[in-house]
Ligand binder design. Structure first.
Ligand SMILES: *[C@@H]1O[C@H](CO)[C@@H](O)[C@H](O)[C@H]1NC(C)=O
Ligand SMILES: *[C@@H]1O[C@H](CO)[C@@H](O)[C@H](O)[C@H]1NC(C)=O
Ligand SMILES: *[C@@H]1O[C@H](CO)[C@@H](O)[C@H](O)[C@H]1NC(C)=O
Length: 526
């Protein structure tokens, strides 16, 4: 048992470590923003203390530096509050002890285990049951056996393989792909973790999806929003108090950025980040990152005093929203947001967030914030959703009411168990339809094929945080990493598609297939 927990924890930590090479596209924007604010301040001869309209606090999560990447003893974990890992995903905040016992809502499926279809979790580290590597689940309409034991890959009874998006690697895919097996994708994390899935040829390999996109089969769009009450509680720090703090010199905008371990270039990045933005130390009692985090109360009180929070997602994709957005709303601070282009669809009402991309320049955004800072009535309108019955967005209300999974809610399944049950019921229905068809092909239709498409993920090519790609110097670090990563992952998606089309059994032939495709493309041009 201890071993399983340790490996689960290790997996989370690795995920945290691998997933945040660095914050995509935020730095350039901030540099520009900060520079403009400084200039604006100087121009008006504002005294230095007030010049920081934009109070920036850069918080580097140095605690990661000391963790070896793949081995973290359990004792060390006990010592470090798990919440301090600034999770990349709501999953990492989940109580793993609660996962082990959940086996579905129950049904009238009387088949014995040997007769049930098998679902194989290819990403075994996320297998949501323990102890052991197999479990019977009894879902809403039917039952399945679920396992993380890869020896069942080629079994006839293995109906579906479930993948975790961040861990999915084309060169490790289970091949040959058997015609009778479907693939299911669970990916709630940042699009930047695996751009493979953002390309048509990549996502179309999957039959069922659970992603942050509302179009996915089992949408996790509001995964970071625990409940309606989370938006309403606590009440905001009174505006009079915020204004008093402002007069005492507190900046109006808080920017807090955590950084996890970076496999490549962390030091260079963190150094420059720190230099340009770390303009304010954290109060001493909050410096300890093991406690100063998450929903801890002194931390919450500290951040709730600010009028605005700069909330920048690390990857830009429709419907990808994280705690960076919801937490300020919870605390009664106005998010100044850059992330999902459709964020307005999910806000409590139509006046509760400031969307950075709606401004032509950092300068105009800064001017807008300054105006709100000086105008109480206009500012207060942004927090009206905190009053009873002022959450008017019916899409948001409905989604929260109808979702079957809970966030830290013991009375509901978590979404890992929820998705595996979704796949189980879908597969049993498909198998039943196939049997009916085989029995009487003249009277019945075969079940329609079902596959995902770009609307289930489809994140756009990363762009620079500010300005145009063509304005960046060719040696720009961001430029050298992200656009390349995006296009290389398209090659891999096409490569894996080719492996499957050729019924290859060895996924490491991926590189050869990519090369062959490049060669034939080049020939085609001549
Ligand atoms: C699953 O997806 C694959 C790849 O897109 C497709 O060829 C297959 O027909 C789909 N299977 C079902 C049962 O829909
Ligand atoms: C893509 O998938 C969505 C949702 O599953 C579906 O509604 C839509 O028709 C699909 N689009 C195409 C072009 O197949
Ligand atoms: C694909 O390969 C597997 C094993 O390598 C083989 O059993 C199967 O018959 C092949 N399928 C086709 C359609 O060629």
């Amino acid at each position: 048992m201890h071993f399983v927990i340790t490996s689960l924890y290790n997996q989370l930590i690795q995920r945290v470590a691998v997933c945040v090479p660095f914050e995509e596209s935020t730095k350039t924007f901030l540099d520009a923003f900060a520079a403009v604010l400084k200039m604006a301040g100087r121009g008006r001869m504002v005294p230095c203390a007030c010049l920081g309209l934009f109070g920036v606090l850069c918080w580097v999560w140095v605690s990661f530096a000391s963790f070896p990447d793949d081995q973290l003893p359990l004792e060390a974990l006990d010592a470090v509050d798990r919440a301090a890992f600034q999770p990349q995903s709501a999953l990492s905040e989940m109580e793993f002890s609660s996962i082990s016992s959940y086996r579905g809502p129950g049904n009238r499926d009387r088949r014995i285990n040997k007769e049930l279809p098998i679902l194989l979790w290819w990403s075994g580290g996320l297998f949501p049951h323990f102890p052991g590597d197999s479990e019977r689940i009894d879902c809403a309409t039917s039952s399945c056996l679920v396992t993380s034991n890869r020896k069942v890959q080629m079994y006839k009874r293995t109906a579906s393989i479930i993948f975790y998006g961040t861990d999915f690697r084309a060169y490790e895919a289970p091949l040959p792909r058997l015609r009778h097996q479907t693939w299911a994708l669970f990916h709630e994390e940042s699009p930047m973790n695996n751009y493979f899935l953002s390309h048509g040829p990549g996502i179309r390999l999957f039959n069922y999806t659970a992603t942050f996109r509302r179009e996915s089969d089992y949408p996790l769009t509001l995964q970071w929003l625990p409940s309606l009450d989370y938006l309403l509680q606590p009440v905001a720090v009174p505006l009079g108090e915020k204004n008093r703090l402002r007069r005492e010199g507190l900046a109006p905008v808080l920017y807090m950025q955590s950084h996890c371990d970076v496999p490549s270039d962390r030091n260079r990045y963190v150094d420059s980040y720190g230099k340009c933005l770390n303009n304010k130390p954290l109060p001493e009692n909050l410096e300890n990152t093991a406690t100063a985090t998450g929903e801890e109360s002194s931390f919450m009180n500290f951040v709730a005093r600010y009028k605005f929070h700069l909330a920048l997602e690390n990857g830009l994709c429709p419907d990808y929203m994280t705690e960076k957005l919801w937490r300020p709303l919870h605390q009664g601070c106005v998010p100044v947001y850059r992330g999902s282009s459709s964020v307005a669809d999910w806000m409590p009402n139509d006046h509760s967030v400031i969307i950075i991309d709606h401004f032509p320049s950092p300068k105009s955004l800064a001017e807008f914030l300054k105006r709100l800072d000086e105008n109480d009535d206009e500012y207060a309108r942004y927090l009206e959703f905190k009053k009873p019955s002022r959450i008017t967005n019916t899409r948001l209300l409905e989604a929260l009411e109808t979702r079957e999974w809970g966030v830290n809610d013991m009375s509901k399944p978590n979404y890992l168990n929820g998705f595996e049950c979704y796949v189980c019921d879908q597969e049993n229905a498909r198998l039943a339809a196939e049997r009916t068809y085989r029995k009487a092909p003249n009277k019945n239709q075969p079940p329609k094929p079902k596959m995902a498409n770009n609307s289930h993920m489809g994140c756009p090519l990363p762009g620079p945080g500010y300005g145009h790609v063509t304005d960046l110097p060719t040696d720009d670090g961001w430029l050298q990493i992200w656009p390349q990563d995006y296009w290389q992952s398209l090659d891999q998606a096409e490569g894996l598609e080719s492996l499957i089309r050729h019924n290859e059994s060895d996924p490491s032939l991926l590189w050869k297939h990519i090369q062959n495709m490049a060669v034939s493309r080049a020939r085609g041009k001549h």
